[in-house]
Ligand binder design. Structure first.
Ligand code: NAD
Length: 480
Protein backbone atom coordinates (compact mmCIF):
# COMPACT_ATOMS: atom_id res chain seq x y z
CA UNK A 1 0.00 0.00 0.00
CA UNK A 2 3.02 2.27 0.11
CA UNK A 3 3.02 2.87 -3.66
CA UNK A 4 2.21 6.11 -5.46
CA UNK A 5 -1.43 6.42 -6.53
CA UNK A 6 -3.10 8.57 -9.18
CA UNK A 7 -6.55 9.90 -10.00
CA UNK A 8 -8.87 8.52 -12.66
CA UNK A 9 -10.01 10.87 -15.43
CA UNK A 10 -11.65 9.84 -18.69
CA UNK A 11 -10.69 6.20 -18.18
CA UNK A 12 -6.99 6.93 -17.52
CA UNK A 13 -4.90 7.04 -14.34
CA UNK A 14 -3.42 10.53 -14.21
CA UNK A 15 -1.09 12.69 -12.15
CA UNK A 16 -2.30 16.05 -10.89
CA UNK A 17 -1.55 19.05 -13.10
CA UNK A 18 0.07 20.65 -10.05
CA UNK A 19 2.67 17.85 -9.76
CA UNK A 20 1.95 17.75 -6.03
CA UNK A 21 1.29 14.75 -3.81
CA UNK A 22 0.24 13.98 -0.23
CA UNK A 23 1.07 11.23 2.21
CA UNK A 24 -1.64 9.26 3.92
CA UNK A 25 -1.00 8.14 7.49
CA UNK A 26 -2.56 5.50 9.69
CA UNK A 27 -4.09 7.22 12.75
CA UNK A 28 -3.50 4.10 14.84
CA UNK A 29 0.26 4.08 14.32
CA UNK A 30 1.37 7.24 12.54
CA UNK A 31 2.83 5.10 9.71
CA UNK A 32 2.62 6.28 6.11
CA UNK A 33 0.29 3.97 4.20
CA UNK A 34 0.35 5.62 0.79
CA UNK A 35 1.33 8.59 -1.34
CA UNK A 36 -1.29 10.11 -3.60
CA UNK A 37 -1.27 12.70 -6.36
CA UNK A 38 -2.88 15.95 -5.15
CA UNK A 39 -4.64 18.12 -7.69
CA UNK A 40 -6.95 21.09 -7.92
CA UNK A 41 -9.63 22.73 -10.05
CA UNK A 42 -7.66 22.14 -13.27
CA UNK A 43 -7.99 18.39 -12.85
CA UNK A 44 -11.65 18.78 -11.94
CA UNK A 45 -12.14 20.78 -15.13
CA UNK A 46 -10.71 17.93 -17.23
CA UNK A 47 -12.85 15.40 -15.41
CA UNK A 48 -16.02 17.48 -15.87
CA UNK A 49 -15.27 17.73 -19.61
CA UNK A 50 -14.90 13.95 -19.79
CA UNK A 51 -18.10 13.36 -17.81
CA UNK A 52 -19.96 15.87 -19.95
CA UNK A 53 -18.89 14.12 -23.12
CA UNK A 54 -19.77 10.70 -21.75
CA UNK A 55 -23.22 11.86 -20.60
CA UNK A 56 -24.75 11.81 -24.08
CA UNK A 57 -24.19 8.09 -24.61
CA UNK A 58 -24.45 6.91 -20.97
CA UNK A 59 -27.80 8.60 -20.43
CA UNK A 60 -29.16 7.01 -23.59
CA UNK A 61 -28.30 3.44 -22.62
CA UNK A 62 -31.28 1.45 -21.46
CA UNK A 63 -31.67 1.11 -17.70
CA UNK A 64 -30.91 -2.61 -18.07
CA UNK A 65 -27.65 -1.87 -19.84
CA UNK A 66 -26.58 0.55 -17.12
CA UNK A 67 -27.66 -1.95 -14.48
CA UNK A 68 -25.26 -4.57 -15.88
CA UNK A 69 -22.27 -2.40 -15.00
CA UNK A 70 -23.63 -1.82 -11.50
CA UNK A 71 -24.18 -5.54 -10.90
CA UNK A 72 -20.57 -6.24 -11.99
CA UNK A 73 -19.27 -3.54 -9.70
CA UNK A 74 -21.28 -4.91 -6.78
CA UNK A 75 -19.75 -8.38 -7.30
CA UNK A 76 -16.25 -6.93 -7.53
CA UNK A 77 -16.74 -4.92 -4.34
CA UNK A 78 -18.02 -8.02 -2.50
CA UNK A 79 -15.15 -10.17 -3.79
CA UNK A 80 -12.64 -7.59 -2.60
CA UNK A 81 -14.30 -7.04 0.75
CA UNK A 82 -11.35 -7.92 2.94
CA UNK A 83 -8.85 -5.87 0.97
CA UNK A 84 -11.12 -2.81 0.89
CA UNK A 85 -11.81 -3.17 4.62
CA UNK A 86 -8.07 -3.32 5.28
CA UNK A 87 -7.54 -0.09 3.35
CA UNK A 88 -10.35 1.68 5.22
CA UNK A 89 -8.90 0.59 8.54
CA UNK A 90 -5.35 1.57 7.57
CA UNK A 91 -6.23 5.07 6.41
CA UNK A 92 -8.82 6.09 9.01
CA UNK A 93 -8.62 3.59 11.87
CA UNK A 94 -12.02 1.86 11.65
CA UNK A 95 -12.22 -1.58 13.28
CA UNK A 96 -12.02 -4.28 10.59
CA UNK A 97 -15.40 -5.86 11.40
CA UNK A 98 -17.14 -2.51 10.93
CA UNK A 99 -15.13 -1.82 7.79
CA UNK A 100 -16.22 -5.16 6.28
CA UNK A 101 -19.83 -4.26 7.05
CA UNK A 102 -19.32 -0.92 5.33
CA UNK A 103 -17.98 -2.61 2.19
CA UNK A 104 -20.95 -4.98 2.04
CA UNK A 105 -23.23 -1.96 2.45
CA UNK A 106 -21.55 -0.40 -0.59
CA UNK A 107 -22.04 -3.59 -2.63
CA UNK A 108 -25.69 -3.62 -1.61
CA UNK A 109 -26.15 -0.05 -2.85
CA UNK A 110 -24.88 -0.96 -6.31
CA UNK A 111 -27.34 -3.86 -6.55
CA UNK A 112 -30.24 -1.84 -5.17
CA UNK A 113 -29.76 0.96 -7.69
CA UNK A 114 -29.15 -1.48 -10.56
CA UNK A 115 -32.70 -2.65 -9.80
CA UNK A 116 -34.09 0.81 -9.12
CA UNK A 117 -32.80 2.05 -12.52
CA UNK A 118 -35.49 -0.13 -14.09
CA UNK A 119 -38.26 1.59 -12.15
CA UNK A 120 -37.74 5.19 -13.19
CA UNK A 121 -41.33 5.42 -14.28
CA UNK A 122 -42.94 8.51 -15.73
CA UNK A 123 -46.70 8.86 -16.03
CA UNK A 124 -49.55 10.07 -18.17
CA UNK A 125 -52.11 12.36 -16.53
CA UNK A 126 -55.69 12.83 -17.71
CA UNK A 127 -55.95 16.17 -19.48
CA UNK A 128 -58.64 18.76 -18.82
CA UNK A 129 -58.58 19.74 -22.49
CA UNK A 130 -60.03 17.28 -25.04
CA UNK A 131 -57.33 17.72 -27.67
CA UNK A 132 -54.32 17.64 -25.38
CA UNK A 133 -52.40 14.84 -23.67
CA UNK A 134 -50.07 15.12 -20.67
CA UNK A 135 -46.93 13.01 -20.35
CA UNK A 136 -44.39 13.19 -17.49
CA UNK A 137 -40.82 12.02 -18.09
CA UNK A 138 -38.04 11.49 -15.54
CA UNK A 139 -34.60 12.27 -16.94
CA UNK A 140 -31.06 12.34 -15.50
CA UNK A 141 -29.92 15.76 -14.25
CA UNK A 142 -26.57 15.62 -16.09
CA UNK A 143 -23.01 15.68 -14.75
CA UNK A 144 -22.82 15.24 -10.97
CA UNK A 145 -20.00 16.50 -8.76
CA UNK A 146 -19.92 14.28 -5.67
CA UNK A 147 -17.97 15.23 -2.54
CA UNK A 148 -17.55 12.66 0.24
CA UNK A 149 -16.16 12.66 3.81
CA UNK A 150 -13.60 10.36 5.41
CA UNK A 151 -15.79 8.56 7.95
CA UNK A 152 -17.29 6.03 5.50
CA UNK A 153 -14.72 6.23 2.71
CA UNK A 154 -16.16 3.33 0.67
CA UNK A 155 -19.89 3.42 1.33
CA UNK A 156 -20.21 7.19 0.92
CA UNK A 157 -18.76 6.78 -2.56
CA UNK A 158 -21.29 4.04 -3.34
CA UNK A 159 -24.24 5.98 -1.96
CA UNK A 160 -23.48 8.86 -4.29
CA UNK A 161 -22.35 7.18 -7.48
CA UNK A 162 -24.78 4.23 -7.47
CA UNK A 163 -28.03 6.24 -7.80
CA UNK A 164 -26.39 8.84 -10.05
CA UNK A 165 -25.14 6.24 -12.51
CA UNK A 166 -28.37 4.27 -12.35
CA UNK A 167 -30.34 7.41 -13.21
CA UNK A 168 -28.13 8.00 -16.26
CA UNK A 169 -25.90 10.75 -14.84
CA UNK A 170 -22.14 10.80 -15.18
CA UNK A 171 -19.97 11.58 -12.17
CA UNK A 172 -16.87 13.37 -10.94
CA UNK A 173 -16.07 12.24 -7.40
CA UNK A 174 -13.90 14.11 -4.93
CA UNK A 175 -13.18 12.02 -1.82
CA UNK A 176 -11.87 13.44 1.46
CA UNK A 177 -8.16 14.15 1.31
CA UNK A 178 -7.47 11.98 4.36
CA UNK A 179 -9.02 8.84 2.81
CA UNK A 180 -8.30 8.76 -0.93
CA UNK A 181 -6.88 5.21 -0.91
CA UNK A 182 -10.30 3.60 -0.37
CA UNK A 183 -11.74 5.66 -3.23
CA UNK A 184 -8.81 4.78 -5.49
CA UNK A 185 -9.31 1.06 -4.87
CA UNK A 186 -13.03 1.50 -5.63
CA UNK A 187 -12.09 3.16 -8.92
CA UNK A 188 -9.75 0.30 -9.81
CA UNK A 189 -12.82 -1.92 -9.45
CA UNK A 190 -14.89 0.56 -11.49
CA UNK A 191 -12.27 0.28 -14.23
CA UNK A 192 -12.43 -3.52 -13.99
CA UNK A 193 -16.22 -3.43 -14.25
CA UNK A 194 -15.70 -1.84 -17.68
CA UNK A 195 -17.68 1.40 -17.37
CA UNK A 196 -17.27 3.45 -20.60
CA UNK A 197 -14.58 6.10 -20.30
CA UNK A 198 -15.58 9.42 -18.77
CA UNK A 199 -18.68 8.00 -17.05
CA UNK A 200 -17.09 7.90 -13.58
CA UNK A 201 -14.09 10.08 -12.74
CA UNK A 202 -12.02 10.57 -9.61
CA UNK A 203 -10.26 13.80 -8.68
CA UNK A 204 -8.19 14.12 -5.52
CA UNK A 205 -6.87 17.40 -4.22
CA UNK A 206 -7.44 20.86 -2.82
CA UNK A 207 -11.08 20.97 -1.67
CA UNK A 208 -11.62 24.72 -2.12
CA UNK A 209 -10.22 24.72 -5.64
CA UNK A 210 -12.12 21.60 -6.76
CA UNK A 211 -15.28 22.83 -5.02
CA UNK A 212 -14.99 26.15 -6.87
CA UNK A 213 -14.72 24.36 -10.21
CA UNK A 214 -17.82 22.30 -9.35
CA UNK A 215 -19.65 25.54 -8.56
CA UNK A 216 -18.46 27.58 -11.54
CA UNK A 217 -18.36 25.07 -14.38
CA UNK A 218 -21.70 25.21 -16.24
CA UNK A 219 -21.19 21.69 -17.60
CA UNK A 220 -21.74 20.35 -14.08
CA UNK A 221 -25.44 20.29 -13.16
CA UNK A 222 -25.57 18.99 -9.63
CA UNK A 223 -23.51 18.87 -6.45
CA UNK A 224 -24.03 15.93 -4.09
CA UNK A 225 -22.28 16.56 -0.79
CA UNK A 226 -21.78 14.73 2.49
CA UNK A 227 -19.82 16.52 5.19
CA UNK A 228 -20.02 19.36 7.66
CA UNK A 229 -22.85 21.89 7.74
CA UNK A 230 -20.26 24.67 7.39
CA UNK A 231 -18.98 23.42 4.03
CA UNK A 232 -22.47 22.40 2.91
CA UNK A 233 -23.62 26.00 3.32
CA UNK A 234 -20.66 27.30 1.30
CA UNK A 235 -21.48 24.92 -1.53
CA UNK A 236 -25.18 25.82 -1.45
CA UNK A 237 -24.32 29.49 -1.64
CA UNK A 238 -22.04 28.86 -4.61
CA UNK A 239 -24.49 26.56 -6.34
CA UNK A 240 -27.17 29.25 -6.12
CA UNK A 241 -25.29 31.34 -8.70
CA UNK A 242 -26.29 28.93 -11.48
CA UNK A 243 -29.23 27.42 -9.60
CA UNK A 244 -27.44 24.08 -9.59
CA UNK A 245 -29.18 21.15 -8.00
CA UNK A 246 -27.80 20.18 -4.59
CA UNK A 247 -28.19 17.27 -2.18
CA UNK A 248 -26.71 17.88 1.24
CA UNK A 249 -26.04 15.26 3.93
CA UNK A 250 -24.66 17.39 6.75
CA UNK A 251 -23.92 17.30 10.45
CA UNK A 252 -26.10 16.02 13.26
CA UNK A 253 -26.60 16.23 17.02
CA UNK A 254 -28.62 13.18 17.91
CA UNK A 255 -30.58 12.87 21.16
CA UNK A 256 -30.93 9.40 22.70
CA UNK A 257 -33.87 9.19 25.11
CA UNK A 258 -34.30 6.42 27.67
CA UNK A 259 -37.78 6.32 29.22
CA UNK A 260 -38.42 4.62 32.58
CA UNK A 261 -40.25 1.72 30.89
CA UNK A 262 -37.30 0.93 28.57
CA UNK A 263 -35.47 -2.38 28.49
CA UNK A 264 -32.27 -0.99 30.00
CA UNK A 265 -29.98 -3.71 28.66
CA UNK A 266 -31.29 -3.14 25.14
CA UNK A 267 -30.90 0.61 25.63
CA UNK A 268 -27.27 0.25 26.74
CA UNK A 269 -26.59 -1.97 23.73
CA UNK A 270 -28.31 0.53 21.40
CA UNK A 271 -26.44 3.45 22.91
CA UNK A 272 -23.11 1.68 22.56
CA UNK A 273 -23.85 1.08 18.87
CA UNK A 274 -25.09 4.57 18.19
CA UNK A 275 -22.33 6.32 20.13
CA UNK A 276 -19.17 4.26 19.80
CA UNK A 277 -19.37 2.79 16.32
CA UNK A 278 -16.64 4.37 14.19
CA UNK A 279 -15.26 5.84 17.47
CA UNK A 280 -18.20 8.22 17.61
CA UNK A 281 -17.39 9.66 14.19
CA UNK A 282 -20.76 9.25 12.47
CA UNK A 283 -23.26 11.93 11.54
CA UNK A 284 -25.99 9.86 13.26
CA UNK A 285 -23.99 9.30 16.45
CA UNK A 286 -25.67 10.04 19.75
CA UNK A 287 -24.58 13.46 21.00
CA UNK A 288 -26.93 13.93 23.95
CA UNK A 289 -28.16 11.16 26.25
CA UNK A 290 -31.40 11.87 28.15
CA UNK A 291 -32.25 9.30 30.84
CA UNK A 292 -35.36 9.40 33.03
CA UNK A 293 -34.56 10.18 36.66
CA UNK A 294 -36.14 6.90 37.87
CA UNK A 295 -33.74 4.73 35.88
CA UNK A 296 -30.73 7.05 35.58
CA UNK A 297 -28.65 5.34 38.31
CA UNK A 298 -29.38 1.83 37.07
CA UNK A 299 -28.71 2.84 33.47
CA UNK A 300 -25.44 4.59 34.39
CA UNK A 301 -24.22 1.50 36.24
CA UNK A 302 -24.93 -0.75 33.27
CA UNK A 303 -23.35 1.69 30.84
CA UNK A 304 -20.17 2.06 32.89
CA UNK A 305 -19.91 -1.71 33.12
CA UNK A 306 -20.13 -1.88 29.29
CA UNK A 307 -17.57 0.90 28.83
CA UNK A 308 -15.14 -0.94 31.10
CA UNK A 309 -15.31 -3.94 28.76
CA UNK A 310 -14.90 -1.88 25.55
CA UNK A 311 -11.74 -2.81 23.65
CA UNK A 312 -9.94 0.27 22.36
CA UNK A 313 -7.14 -0.30 19.89
CA UNK A 314 -5.78 -0.52 16.35
CA UNK A 315 -8.73 -1.23 14.07
CA UNK A 316 -6.79 -4.00 12.36
CA UNK A 317 -6.71 -6.10 15.55
CA UNK A 318 -9.59 -8.53 15.64
CA UNK A 319 -10.87 -7.74 19.13
CA UNK A 320 -10.93 -3.94 18.69
CA UNK A 321 -14.34 -2.28 19.19
CA UNK A 322 -13.25 1.37 19.29
CA UNK A 323 -10.42 2.58 17.06
CA UNK A 324 -8.45 5.84 17.15
CA UNK A 325 -9.83 9.23 16.10
CA UNK A 326 -9.08 10.04 12.47
CA UNK A 327 -6.30 12.56 13.23
CA UNK A 328 -4.79 14.75 15.92
CA UNK A 329 -7.15 17.65 15.20
CA UNK A 330 -10.17 15.39 15.75
CA UNK A 331 -8.68 14.07 19.01
CA UNK A 332 -7.96 17.60 20.25
CA UNK A 333 -11.55 18.66 19.54
CA UNK A 334 -12.87 15.74 21.61
CA UNK A 335 -10.50 16.52 24.50
CA UNK A 336 -11.45 20.18 24.31
CA UNK A 337 -15.15 19.29 24.61
CA UNK A 338 -14.38 17.16 27.67
CA UNK A 339 -12.37 19.97 29.31
CA UNK A 340 -15.06 22.53 28.51
CA UNK A 341 -17.72 20.31 30.11
CA UNK A 342 -15.53 19.80 33.21
CA UNK A 343 -14.89 23.55 33.50
CA UNK A 344 -18.64 24.20 33.44
CA UNK A 345 -19.44 21.67 36.18
CA UNK A 346 -19.76 18.37 34.30
CA UNK A 347 -18.65 15.24 36.20
CA UNK A 348 -16.60 12.63 34.38
CA UNK A 349 -18.17 9.34 35.44
CA UNK A 350 -15.91 7.22 33.25
CA UNK A 351 -12.88 7.85 31.01
CA UNK A 352 -12.14 11.43 30.05
CA UNK A 353 -8.53 11.16 28.88
CA UNK A 354 -6.31 10.58 25.90
CA UNK A 355 -4.82 7.06 25.98
CA UNK A 356 -1.03 7.30 25.97
CA UNK A 357 0.33 4.09 27.45
CA UNK A 358 2.33 1.65 25.30
CA UNK A 359 1.15 1.35 21.69
CA UNK A 360 -1.57 3.93 22.28
CA UNK A 361 1.13 6.61 22.31
CA UNK A 362 1.61 6.21 18.54
CA UNK A 363 -2.04 6.92 17.70
CA UNK A 364 -4.90 9.30 18.45
CA UNK A 365 -6.90 7.41 21.07
CA UNK A 366 -9.45 8.70 23.55
CA UNK A 367 -11.00 6.66 26.35
CA UNK A 368 -14.71 5.98 25.97
CA UNK A 369 -16.13 8.68 28.21
CA UNK A 370 -19.32 9.32 30.15
CA UNK A 371 -20.00 12.80 31.53
CA UNK A 372 -22.93 13.50 33.90
CA UNK A 373 -24.41 16.79 35.06
CA UNK A 374 -24.34 18.17 31.53
CA UNK A 375 -25.88 21.60 30.92
CA UNK A 376 -26.90 23.43 27.76
CA UNK A 377 -24.02 25.93 27.91
CA UNK A 378 -21.41 23.20 27.39
CA UNK A 379 -20.04 22.82 23.85
CA UNK A 380 -20.83 19.14 23.99
CA UNK A 381 -24.54 20.04 24.21
CA UNK A 382 -24.73 21.86 20.90
CA UNK A 383 -21.60 21.20 18.80
CA UNK A 384 -20.86 17.88 17.09
CA UNK A 385 -18.14 16.24 19.22
CA UNK A 386 -17.41 13.48 16.69
CA UNK A 387 -15.79 11.27 19.29
CA UNK A 388 -16.45 8.59 21.94
CA UNK A 389 -17.99 10.85 24.58
CA UNK A 390 -21.52 10.53 26.04
CA UNK A 391 -23.04 13.54 27.84
CA UNK A 392 -25.81 12.44 30.22
CA UNK A 393 -28.78 14.62 31.17
CA UNK A 394 -31.56 13.48 33.54
CA UNK A 395 -35.21 14.31 32.88
CA UNK A 396 -38.60 13.65 34.47
CA UNK A 397 -41.32 14.83 32.04
CA UNK A 398 -41.91 13.55 28.50
CA UNK A 399 -42.86 17.00 27.20
CA UNK A 400 -39.61 18.48 28.58
CA UNK A 401 -37.41 15.85 27.02
CA UNK A 402 -39.06 16.30 23.62
CA UNK A 403 -38.48 20.04 23.87
CA UNK A 404 -34.82 19.53 24.86
CA UNK A 405 -34.29 16.93 22.14
CA UNK A 406 -35.64 19.26 19.46
CA UNK A 407 -33.75 22.30 20.74
CA UNK A 408 -30.94 22.19 18.16
CA UNK A 409 -30.24 23.52 14.68
CA UNK A 410 -29.62 19.95 13.55
CA UNK A 411 -32.22 17.31 12.68
CA UNK A 412 -30.58 14.16 11.40
CA UNK A 413 -31.12 11.20 13.77
CA UNK A 414 -32.85 10.66 17.13
CA UNK A 415 -33.19 7.56 19.30
CA UNK A 416 -35.88 6.50 21.75
CA UNK A 417 -36.01 3.51 24.09
CA UNK A 418 -39.42 2.67 25.54
CA UNK A 419 -41.79 -0.30 25.75
CA UNK A 420 -44.92 1.85 25.61
CA UNK A 421 -46.46 1.53 22.13
CA UNK A 422 -48.38 4.77 22.31
CA UNK A 423 -45.27 6.63 23.32
CA UNK A 424 -43.42 5.07 20.37
CA UNK A 425 -45.89 6.66 17.98
CA UNK A 426 -45.87 10.00 19.79
CA UNK A 427 -42.08 10.14 19.65
CA UNK A 428 -42.00 9.10 15.97
CA UNK A 429 -44.19 12.09 15.19
CA UNK A 430 -42.88 14.71 17.63
CA UNK A 431 -39.14 14.42 17.11
CA UNK A 432 -37.97 16.85 14.42
CA UNK A 433 -35.51 14.49 12.81
CA UNK A 434 -35.15 12.80 9.43
CA UNK A 435 -34.36 9.46 11.07
CA UNK A 436 -35.87 8.13 14.31
CA UNK A 437 -34.61 4.88 15.78
CA UNK A 438 -37.19 3.44 18.17
CA UNK A 439 -35.56 0.68 20.19
CA UNK A 440 -32.97 0.65 17.39
CA UNK A 441 -29.45 2.01 17.80
CA UNK A 442 -28.50 1.53 14.16
CA UNK A 443 -31.25 2.86 11.89
CA UNK A 444 -29.73 2.56 8.43
CA UNK A 445 -30.67 0.31 5.53
CA UNK A 446 -30.04 0.61 1.79
CA UNK A 447 -33.73 0.83 0.90
CA UNK A 448 -34.68 3.43 3.54
CA UNK A 449 -34.43 7.21 3.12
CA UNK A 450 -31.47 8.75 4.93
CA UNK A 451 -31.16 12.49 5.49
CA UNK A 452 -31.91 15.37 7.78
CA UNK A 453 -34.32 18.12 8.77
CA UNK A 454 -33.15 21.69 9.51
CA UNK A 455 -29.39 22.32 9.08
CA UNK A 456 -28.68 18.60 8.72
CA UNK A 457 -29.31 18.77 5.02
CA UNK A 458 -31.51 18.76 1.97
CA UNK A 459 -32.54 15.68 0.04
CA UNK A 460 -32.31 12.00 0.87
CA UNK A 461 -29.98 9.12 0.09
CA UNK A 462 -31.18 5.53 0.01
CA UNK A 463 -34.01 3.66 -1.62
CA UNK A 464 -36.23 5.23 -4.26
CA UNK A 465 -35.85 8.59 -2.51
CA UNK A 466 -32.15 8.54 -3.32
CA UNK A 467 -32.89 8.07 -7.00
CA UNK A 468 -35.12 11.15 -7.14
CA UNK A 469 -32.13 13.33 -6.31
CA UNK A 470 -30.58 12.57 -9.71
CA UNK A 471 -33.69 12.97 -11.84
CA UNK A 472 -35.40 15.94 -13.42
CA UNK A 473 -39.15 15.90 -14.02
CA UNK A 474 -40.29 16.96 -17.48
CA UNK A 475 -43.88 17.73 -18.49
CA UNK A 476 -44.60 17.11 -22.18
CA UNK A 477 -47.89 18.50 -23.50
CA UNK A 478 -49.17 16.94 -26.77
CA UNK A 479 -51.66 18.87 -28.86
CA UNK A 480 -53.70 16.45 -31.00
P1 NAD B 1 -15.91 18.38 5.86
O1 NAD B 1 -17.10 19.20 5.53
O2 NAD B 1 -14.71 19.05 6.40
O3 NAD B 1 -15.42 17.59 4.57
C1 NAD B 1 -16.27 16.80 3.79
C2 NAD B 1 -15.79 16.85 2.35
O4 NAD B 1 -15.86 18.18 1.89
C3 NAD B 1 -14.33 16.41 2.18
O5 NAD B 1 -14.22 15.72 0.95
C4 NAD B 1 -13.60 17.74 2.10
O6 NAD B 1 -12.40 17.67 1.36
C5 NAD B 1 -14.62 18.57 1.34
N1 NAD B 1 -14.47 20.03 1.49
C6 NAD B 1 -13.98 20.72 2.54
N2 NAD B 1 -14.01 22.06 2.26
C7 NAD B 1 -14.54 22.19 1.02
C8 NAD B 1 -14.84 23.29 0.17
N3 NAD B 1 -14.60 24.55 0.56
N4 NAD B 1 -15.38 23.03 -1.04
C9 NAD B 1 -15.63 21.79 -1.44
N5 NAD B 1 -15.37 20.70 -0.69
C10 NAD B 1 -14.84 20.90 0.53
O7 NAD B 1 -16.43 17.25 6.84
P2 NAD B 1 -15.60 16.04 7.46
O8 NAD B 1 -14.93 16.52 8.69
O9 NAD B 1 -14.78 15.35 6.44
O10 NAD B 1 -16.78 15.03 7.80
C11 NAD B 1 -17.46 15.06 8.99
C12 NAD B 1 -18.78 15.80 8.83
O11 NAD B 1 -19.58 15.14 7.87
C13 NAD B 1 -19.57 15.80 10.11
O12 NAD B 1 -20.18 17.04 10.27
C14 NAD B 1 -20.63 14.73 9.84
O13 NAD B 1 -21.78 14.86 10.61
C15 NAD B 1 -20.88 14.90 8.39
N6 NAD B 1 -21.45 13.69 7.83
C16 NAD B 1 -22.75 13.72 7.43
C17 NAD B 1 -23.34 12.56 6.93
C18 NAD B 1 -24.77 12.54 6.52
O14 NAD B 1 -25.14 11.61 5.80
N7 NAD B 1 -25.59 13.48 6.92
C19 NAD B 1 -22.58 11.40 6.81
C20 NAD B 1 -21.24 11.42 7.23
C21 NAD B 1 -20.69 12.59 7.72
Amino acid sequence: MGEYKQMFINGEWENAESGESIQITNPATGETVGTVTFGDGRDANKAIDAAHQAFASWSRLTARERAKYLYSLSELVKNNRDELAGIISAEMGKPLGEAKGEVLGAADNFVWYAEEAKRVNGETIPSSVANKRIMVLRQPVGVVGAITPWNFPVNMVARKIAPALAAGCTVVLKPAESTPLSAIRMFELIEQAGFPKGVVNLVIGNPESIGKEFIDNPKLSKIGFTGSTRVGKLLMEGAAKQVKRVSMELGGHAPFIVFPDADLDAAVKGLFESKFRNSGQMCICTNRLYVHEDVADAFTEKLVERLKRAKVGDGRQKETEIGPLVNERALNKVLEHIEDAKDKGGQVVYGGNRLVEGDYAKGFYCEPTLIAGVTTDMKISFEETFGPVVPLVRFTEEADVVQMANDTRYGLAAYVYTRDNQRCFRMAELLEYGIVGINDGSPTQTQAPFGGFKESGIGREGGRYGMDEYLETKFVSFGL
